[in-house]
Design a protein around this ligand. Structure first.
Ligand SMILES: [Zn+2]
Length: 448
């Protein structure tokens, strides 16, 4: 692209985008651009607007135990918000550009990040034009410094009348990527390194000799051995189109079955080999259960036990026996059903729910401590939840009231694993008991 004389690069950005997008404006835009939207849906305009409005207005969040409803703007974390933000930004940009009196060229947008060229003396005018579109949508502007400006993951450099880009990272970026010593298959580490190399290459249109330094520095920092970095560089730094061509070739005749397995070094590779030898079109990828999400502190308020769904739970009886159950619904609902069934049985009425809990309560006249129910495991997948329930029934077999038939379908493959888990659990309980004895009667322990 040729840069017109006297023009400079600027970038514009909306101040806190999601909370600033006016809902009313968003819904009006949908109505106005219905002729385009209707091609993608079978429902009518009014119903469509009502559905979107419902999705935007019924989200709530919990902060320090209090429930809040967001009054305006787009809800954070809703899958609808990025789409709506983009729709509003597109509309805003069209309207703003229609009434723009200053020369604006090379306009590029990514959600709310805008890049363009404008005469130096027109910058103030451009900014005020953007800010006059809607009082809620306020923009900030950044002007090029020494012929360069950061935009998304690139740094745009003006060289004469030409624009070039180089790969850019924010000064606060940690430079961290999948570490070479991380517990992942080697293939994934190589892919991460190659992906990084390709990204830097793709975003850099000038100063190519710099790419090698960037790639080598970053990979070394993350523990990659120099030999491997060299191999990756020699093999991939020249092959630009490798990935896209193989992908398009496979498109039509794809009958491959894709499955993922938790990665345990040494074991997972063997399982994959075994499965591949019997199923020809099987593609197995490895995944890690140790993700960033599990490492970080939980920032959201924890949901009350009763309100959680997709759980394996445990309810203790007054006689210290326990009942282990599962529910895909909220625990509160399940407990209500248990209470109701026990009541029905005691009144001599029959009920569908003939769980071991009901039988135990009725036969012994015992009461379960419903309010003290605890959660043993969580899972949103029905079959996996069923398995987890069987696992916990098995682990608590000496003290639960559950029926023997509850664990009948658990495969024998797991028996040695279950045995080991039970032993570990028992030793943990023994340790805990001796600790409690120790702290409750300290002089007895210290006496010779
Ligand atoms: Zn009991």
């Amino acid at each position: 692209m040729e840069v017109p004389p006297n023009h400079i690069m600027i970038s514009l950005d909306v101040v806190s985008l999601f909370p600033s997008v006016p809902r009313k404006l968003a819904l009006n835009i949908i109505k106005e651009s219905w002729h385009e939207i209707q091609r993608h849906t079978t429902i009518g305009r009014d119903l469509f607007v009502e559905v979107v409005s419902f999705c935007l207005e019924t989200t709530h969040f919990v902060f320090k135990g209090q429930n809040y409803i967001q009054k305006d703007g787009l809800p954070m974390g809703s899958p609808l918000s990025p789409v709506m933000a983009d729709v509003v930004m597109n509309h805003a940009l069209t309207k703003i550009m229609e009434g723009m009196s200053t020369s604006v060229v090379g306009l590029t947008k990514y959600v709310d990040d805008i890049f363009c060229l404008t005469p130096r003396e027109g910058v103030e005018n451009v900014l005020s034009k953007f800010n006059s579109f809607h009082p809620n949508l306020q923009f900030t502007v950044e002007v090029e410094k020494n012929g360069g400006i950061a935009y998304l993951d690139t740094y745009v450099i003006r060289e004469g009348s030409r624009l070039n880009t180089i790969w850019y990272k924010k000064p606060i970026a940690s430079d961290r990527m999948m570490n070479f010593f991380s517990q992942h298959p080697l293939q994934q580490k190589v892919s991460t390194a190659v992906g990084f190399l390709k990204r830097v290459q793709r975003l850099t249109t000038t100063n190519h000799e710099n790419i090698k330094t960037i790639v080598f520095t970053r990979l070394k920092m993350n523990g990659y051995p120099p030999g491997l970095i060299n191999t990756i560089w020699n093999k991939y730094s020249t092959q630009q189109q490798l990935h896209t061509t193989t992908e398009s070739q496979n498109d039509d005749t794809n009958t491959t079955i894709y499955k993922s397995l938790t990665y345990i070094p040494g074991l997972s590779e063997r399982i994959r080999r075994l499965l591949r030898s019997s199923i020809s079109d099987l593609h197995i990828s490895f995944k890690s259960n140790h993700t960033v999400k599990t490492l970080h502190t939980i920032l959201k308020d924890r949901m009350h036990t009763e309100m959680q769904s997709g759980v394996v739970y445990c309810i203790q009886c007054e006689c210290d026996k326990v009942y282990v159950g599962k529910t895909i619904n909220r625990l509160k609902t399940r407990i209500y059903n248990h209470k109701y069934s026990v009541k029905q049985r005691l009144e001599g009425k029959t009920d569908q729910d003939a769980t071991a809990l009901v039988t135990h309560a009725r036969e012994n006249g015992h009461t379960f401590k419903y309010e003290e129910a605890t959660i043993l495991d969580r899972c949103t997948h029905g079959k996996q939840l069923e398995f987890l329930e069987m696992l916990h029934i098995n682990l608590t077999s000496s003290q639960n009231v559950n029926k023997k038939t509850d664990t009948e379908t658990i495969s024998n493959i797991y028996s040695s694993l279950l045995h080991r888990m039970k032993q570990e659990q028992q030793s943990r309980e023994r340790e805990r008991d001796s600790f409690i004895t120790c702290i409750s009667s300290p002089d007895r322990v210290h006496r010779p």
